[in-house]
Write a new protein. Structure first.
Length: 337
């Protein structure tokens, strides 16, 4: 089965073609970061309009890279949620139109399911079951994963997501948008021991997260130390605190579930210090940690094509036209078929 995947949940237009026999044939991505940078964050209306301009040319480019024609497709998958309503509708409209014209099935994919399953596209994919840490601009969750569509929420953020905290901290430090890569670069020049920042909820007794207090502590610290020379040390302290929190909660999740496999997905999962901390922590437990390829950490069409292929292969075919800007991952069912 050969599936076209379309991702348009936020500020990146992604298209990919996945073959259930040959694997990922091609994928293309267009990021809107430059357009949104002047606003300090994503402007939903601008994001939607740019998806309209980008997705069809990306489809043509991806088909050419995969040496495929539209008539070679067996199905279409698209991000149905969660995400920005207007952006989701663009991708869904194009996907549904293609499926109707080609008389092939279409399926709406949960954006976070795509992230969660993206490490399965790696050269050494994890086996089920595993614990998943989903860390992105809009979500921070720990899930127990027994199989495709078999997800149990273990813990989640009570306020800001990890990626959101990176973005807000970057603004406080005058680094611009997006915050994650900018903080990571600046932190390399800083001293993590110069400033002490809190590790919220490490002693909460559960697997939930909270990052708003950490962000507030950074704001207070920045007011006390407005000089440019302090920025690198503040960035280093913030990144160290974030990595400590995410690592400690992930290892606790492994202990509680008696799992020996941790999957990390989402844009924050590309952070090198976090990866190193998780690898070291998992080694102490005799566990393995799996990451998607760096190019598949951010939003992309490959993860949507892959997740859609798994569901289409089992006979799923969504007849209606629908997007779900709010959609809980643990509400998904296993593939029907």
């Amino acid at each position: 089965m050969r599936v076209l995947g379309i991702e348009s949940s936020c500020d990146e237009s992604g298209v990919a073609i996945f073959d259930t026999v040959r694997g990922l044939l091609a994928h293309r991505l267009y990021s809107q970061i430059a357009m949104h940078r002047d606003y300090g964050g994503v402007v939903p209306e601008l994001a939607s309009r740019d998806h309209v301009r980008r997705i069809v040319p990306l489809i043509r480019d991806t088909l050419a890279a995969a040496d495929c024609e539209l008539t070679d497709l067996d199905g279409v998958a698209y991000t149905a949620g969660p995400g920005l309503a207007g952006a989701l509708l663009v991708g869904a409209g194009i996907a549904r139109g293609l499926a109707y014209t080609l008389e092939i099935p279409a399926v709406g994919v949960h954006h976070l399911e795509g992230h969660l399953l993206s490490p399965l596209l790696s050269r050494e994919p994890p086996a089920f079951p595993f614990v998943a840490l989903l860390v992105s601009g809009g979500h921070t969750q720990l899930m127990q994963v027994a199989g495709v569509g078999r997800y149990e929420l273990l813990g989640e953020t009570l306020d800001d997501a990890a990626g959101e905290a990176f973005d807000k901290t970057a603004q406080l430090l005058g680094l611009g948008y997006p915050g994650g890569p900018a903080i990571s670069r600046l932190a390399q020049e800083g001293d993590t021991a110069r400033y002490a920042l809190p590790r919220p909820m490490l002693g909460s007794g559960d697997l939930n997260f909270s990052f708003s207090g950490l962000k507030t502590a950074v704001a207070t610290l920045r007011r006390k130390h407005p000089e440019d020379a302090a920025r690198a040390d503040i960035a280093a302290a913030f990144q160290a605190a974030m990595c400590d929190i995410l690592t400690a909660k992930s290892l606790d999740a492994l202990r509680r579930t008696a799992s020996r496999r941790l999957v990390v997905a989402g844009g924050v999962g590309a952070n090198r210090q976090l990866r190193a901390a998780l690898v070291a922590g998992c080694e102490t437990l005799g566990a393995q940690v799996f990451f998607p390829e760096p190019e598949l950490c951010t939003d992309n069409g490959a993860m949507i094509a892959y997740a859609g292929a798994l569901r289409l292969r089992e006979g799923e075919n969504i007849a209606g036209f629908d997007v779900r800007p709010r959609w809980e991952l643990d509400s998904l069912a296993a593939p029907r078929g």
